[in-house]
Ligand binder design. Structure first.
Ligand SMILES: NC(=O)c1ccc[n+]([C@@H]2O[C@H](COP(=O)([O-])OP(=O)(O)OC[C@H]3O[C@@H](n4cnc5c(N)ncnc54)[C@H](OP(=O)(O)O)[C@@H]3O)[C@@H](O)[C@H]2O)c1
Length: 383
């Protein structure tokens, strides 16, 4: 991908988080190409819920390409507690994704959006009054009118609009397989994002993420922007949030096993252990993100996941952690706790069509590496 300005400056929002730190490691370990200038930012550099701060960041960095990771992120129990904060105001009713009459409801999109763009990323073409012809649902999303705690929709809207305004060539944002419809057929694929309401436990996060896909298509249709998104399954690895209350299942389990081992108590796994998940190691995801930034030129999102055959139950994930941490105590299941969505089995057929030979790190090896990182970095780890 060439750039008329010579250097490709890649801005990574959410650069201090689990996925951002993994991308940084892969870049530093040799993935950086000549002429690439990577800039990793966190909320300390700019609060992306704030439109002015976001715009100032983009004007300062002048990125050519953007990986947009920044988000309010959390596991099942944090999502259940804070659905409003994971979204914002103007919450559409379940089943009414972007307002009556929108083609998005039925999953029918402007024909142009499904076209493959040229392999050379195109810059957006700002044409005065970007909001003027938009659906009323977008006009309701003025950041100034909402308190800042309702995070994700503002972050995404500010980042995409600032990218558009400074003429970024390509933005790769991050969705998640947990935003897919709760009632669906399996395996889930990229065409099914808007086919029905998400699981009730995380509807705020899910609808906010789904709107990235809506915006990507609208920016492409109206301005020719190459704004796209990847859809990872459950991510884990070094620098994760290992909070038992607020984190995701695997880092939470690692923390619990660490505590149970230190205190000689039993490990209590929340829920029945029966739900099934596809886990992706953050370093594998980082390599795929970098590939998507350089090579993937569809506006349609792409699922980044291990195969369906690599899906494991929560019980199997707990057993992998127990083995990696060499824990020999009792393991119990607290079935009074919610299981969340039973499964979200995603197809990686599209990814495999692009990258048939990509090698994922074996699950047990990745769990072991993450457990070692957590134990070695216990004092500084987020927990
Ligand atoms: N973790 C998963 O299992 C998973 C699965 C699928 C998709 N994803 C997606 O992957 C992306 C990265 O997730 P992650 O797990 O790496 O998250 P994370 O570890 O919680 O990191 C979140 C990042 O977002 C930044 N951030 C949060 N609020 C911000 C704000 N108001 N302004 C600027 N920056 C802000 C944080 O900065 P500070 O460090 O300064 O707070 C941090 O760098 C997210 O879009 C998430 O939805 C994650």
């Amino acid at each position: 991908m060439s750039d008329p300005r010579g250097t490709r400056r890649i801005l990574v929002t959410g650069g201090s988080g689990l996925v951002g730190r993994a991308i940084q490691k892969v870049v530093e370990d040799g993935a950086r190409l000549p002429g690439e200038d990577w800039v990793f930012v966190s909320s300390k550099d700019a609060d992306l819920t704030d439109a002015a701060q976001t715009r100032a960041l983009f004007e300062q960095v002048q990125p050519t390409l953007v990986i947009h990771l920044a988000a309010m992120v959390g596991g099942l129990f944090r999502n259940i507690k804070y659905n409003l904060d994971f979204w914002t105001t103007q919450m559409p009713l379940p089943g009414h994704v972007v307002g009556e009459g929108s083609e998005a409801r039925g999953g029918v999109w402007p024909a142009q959006a499904s076209l493959l763009l040229s392999s050379r990323a195109r810059g957006c073409v700002p044409s005065g009054g970007a909001g003027e012809a938009l659906d009323p649902v977008w006009r309701g999303l003025s950041p100034a009118s909402h308190p800042p705690q309702r995070k994700n929709i503002h972050i995404n809207d500010n980042v995409l609009h600032s990218a558009f305004e400074v003429g970024v060539h390509k933005v790769v944002s991050c969705l998640s397989t947990c935003i897919f419809p709760d009632k669906t057929t399996y395996p889930i694929d990229e065409t099914m994002i808007h086919n029905g309401p998400p699981h009730s436990s995380n509807f705020g996060y899910s609808y906010a993420k789904r709107m990235i896909d809506v915006q990507n298509r609208a920016y492409f249709q109206q301005h020719g922007c190459t704004f796209t998104a990847v859809i990872p399954t459950n991510v884990f690895g070094p620098h994760d949030n290992f909070s038992i209350e607020d984190g995701h299942v695997l880092p939470g389990l690692i923390h619990k096993v660490h505590l149970a081992k230190s205190s000689g108590s039993a490990l209590t796994v929340w829920g029945t252990g029966r739900p099934r998940r596809q886990f992706i190691y953050s370093l594998d995801l980082a390599r795929l993100f970098i590939w998507a930034l350089r090579e993937y030129d569809e506006v349609e999102p792409i699922i980044l996941s291990v195969g369906e055959e690599d899906e494991v139950s929560i019980q199997e994930a707990a057993e992998a952690v127990v083995e990696a941490m060499d824990f020999h105590g009792e393991v119990t299941f607290d079935t009074t706790k919610s299981d969340g969505q039973f499964k979200k089995t995603a197809s990686n057929a599209k990814l495999r069509a692009y990258l048939p030979d990509f090698q994922f790190t074996p699950f047990k090896q990745a769990v072991k590496e993450t457990c070692v990182w957590f134990t070695d970095n216990y004092e500084q780890a987020r927990k």
